[in-house]
Design a protein around this ligand. Sequence first.
Ligand SMILES: Cc1ncc(COP(=O)(O)O)c(C=O)c1O
Length: 475
Amino acid sequence: MSTEQSADGRPATAPSELTREQIEKLEDIYGNRYLLEPAPDGKLPKMGMTADEAMGLVQQETVLDGLPNRNLATFVTTWMEPQAEQVIQESLRVNFIDHAEYPRSAEIEQRCVRMLADLFNAPGETTGTRTQGSSEAIMLGALSLKWKWRARREAAGKSVDRPNMVFGGDVHVVWEKFCRYFDVEPRIVPLQPDKYTIDAQDVEPHVDENTIGVAAVLGTTFTGHADDIRGINDYLVGLKEQGLDVPLHVDAASGGFVWPFLYPHSEWDFRLEQVRSINVSGHKFGLVYPGIGWLIFREKDDLPEDLVFYENYLGKRDATFTLNFSTGASMVLAQYYNFARLGHAGYRYVMETMKYNARTLAKEIAACDLEVVGKEEDEQLPLVAFKLMGEHPYDEFDVAAQLAADQGWMVPAYTLPPKAEHVKIMRVLVKQTLGHSLTTCLGEDIAQACATLQARGQGLHPKDRERRVKTNTGF
Ligand SMILES: Cc1ncc(COP(=O)(O)O)c(C=O)c1O
């Protein structure tokens, strides 16, 4: 290092390059060790670093993640009010499962369960639980169906070795996961080239005495529409009258917080006799950050006692019905915050706003050479699913990649499940962070991406597409 300095402390002559040792000495003052070293990986580092350095390391790297507000692929909440964030922040140290130590958090969970049971028109007092998300809720709900089916079969002296579950190809992957993890035969009703949800006629050929239940979706991951839940219920009621009781579980992961506010007269919930359980994601249209789902039973008796575990090692006899054990209380409290803050009118306002903006975007998209999936009058999640019309030298995956390259929008492109797998779709979730001016901007960006591809006369290089396009459907 040059030793000559002018009066203001700056070097008088051009300094020579610092050696590695000199830089390392300066790290003590400037705290930038992570800039010069590979990120810890493979092994715990021998020595740690200062708190500021560790924070800098994590923050620098995650800058390369997409911006949540530009993530139009996700159903999950990407924005909450500062007051909600404060509630979350203040409860980060609370382990929700310590019911004896944190009894108010446990009580607040039960309040949420009761409010949801009421929202879903449960006929009387019932039970339910918070979960990590809809996936855990579905596993627990479907396990309950399996237990109940087995009890019915055993009581009738019948075999219990070949349980099956019936659902459409329009379900989220979690349903196949459940079947594989818990040894149940999946009977998947294929979609049709121009019909992306299922109804009673589709279900009928697959149901028999070994069917533990039928699952129907309220707001599919693929296009945001609902299965014909009422029709399926009516068919199952008819079966029950003939002596075969096959319950219905509604996967309302997304729709459970949309339908009650946008389509209150549409019957899909416990108003229908065979609907025995419902799951909903608090972290989707419940408007809470990731890590909260709910499972609600029609009646207490729909939860088999055998699936509830009792222990007392947390200081008090306690009952748990979960796949996980320890988990934060923050998202339960944040859900309760939203219920108290928004109320029925507030949720309705938010959902109507999203629907309005989704319609605006759908009109913009329809004005380009694109076809919106579904009709304006359809009951649907606040999203726009769309595809190209006619022949083009590029496809939906190219449009998604071009949008990502031009503006950083994360819009997924994917193909539909079997027998509609030739259909390619793009989908934009219109949430609270996509207001009127941004939807207009996005509409223009989509038009521009198509124009760019048209002018180029071909799609993107497959490698570019692969790198940029999000192909997951369920988030
Ligand atoms: C219909 C449906 N069911 C289940 C899930 C899984 O939900 P979670 O991510 O809350 O586990 C999703 C997620 O997108 C979904 O859309």
